[in-house]
Design a protein around this ligand. Structure first.
Ligand code: FE2
Length: 254
């Protein structure tokens, strides 16, 4: 649900060799479909056209590999996001798109207002790699509030595997337990330093959180979003409310 497979359009693969190596990693991981999400830093029709052309080439080259490819985009936060609909690139399931908050680490002022406005326009952004925004993940109440608004959260596969440290891995597993991870994406950029690793992440989530959650965030919700269905983003009720929850809430902020 989040990967950079088109060569030479962003900081993803440099050439077709790297692109195809990533596609093959995906199929080895058991991925049946990939939402291809090149960076879309501004809503420029020229860039959108280039992405579409490059995507057609990718589909051609991946014929016979047995993976369904869908063109999306990782849209940078900006004003006028309703323009995504007219652009014809980025939307999947007719109403969803992957939204990256930039600059990374900062949460734009009036984020909730913008998201609410998008919802009124029938657009439902999925926040990309929420673990990268300290202003959001350091504030569980805010995350829960956003989820109740219907905002969906994506986490990178490698974060579950400790790429950003053990504390971050524990934190995203906890979010998954709370129902605050809706989809997992690889955010793969190249086969070596930022590979797919979806199967490893699945195994970690299955082992630490359970197979039901793994199925939900790797398969069921992604499939529903790609078909344009509405998904319940609400957090799950946790066991052990009370002192335990308060302590862990504080730990999360450390
Ligand atoms: Fe990305």
């Amino acid at each position: 649900m989040h990967c950079h497979l088109l060569p030479g359009v962003d900081d993803g693969p440099r050439d077709w060799e790297e692109s195809m190596a990533l596609v093959r990693q995906g199929t080895m991981d058991g991925i049946g479909a990939a939402l291809v999400t090149p960076h879309l830093a501004d809503l420029d029709p020229g860039l959108a056209g280039t992405l579409r052309e490059r995507f057609v080439e990718l589909v051609e080259k991946a014929k016979g590999i047995g993976i369904e490819l869908i063109l999306g985009a990782e849209v940078a936060f900006q004003f006028g996001l309703e323009g995504v609909r007219e652009l014809g690139v980025g939307l999947f399931g007719g109403r969803y798109f992957l939204l990256e908050l930039v600059p990374l680490g900062l949460v734009p002022p009036k984020l909730e207002d913008t998201l609410f406005q998008l919802h009124l326009d029938g657009l439902f952004p999925v926040l990309a790699h929420i673990e990268r925004y300290p202003g959001l993940v350091g504030d569980l109440e805010r995350l829960e509030r956003l989820a109740r608004m219907g905002v969906l959260f994506q986490v990178n596969a490698e974060t579950f595997l400790g790429k950003s440290g053990r504390a971050a891995a524990r934190a995203v597993l906890r979010l998954a337990r709370m129902g605050l991870v809706h989809i997992v994406g690889s955010d793969a950029h190249d086969p070596d330093s930022r590979p797919m690793r979806m199967a490893d992440a699945w195994r970690t989530v299955e082992r630490d959180v359970g197979v039901e959650v793994a199925r939900r965030i790797f398969e069921e919700i992604p499939r529903a979003l790609l078909s344009g269905e509405r998904v319940d983003a609400e957090p799950l009720e946790e066991e052990g409310e009370g002192v335990f929850k308060r302590v862990t809430r504080r730990l999360w902020r450390m």
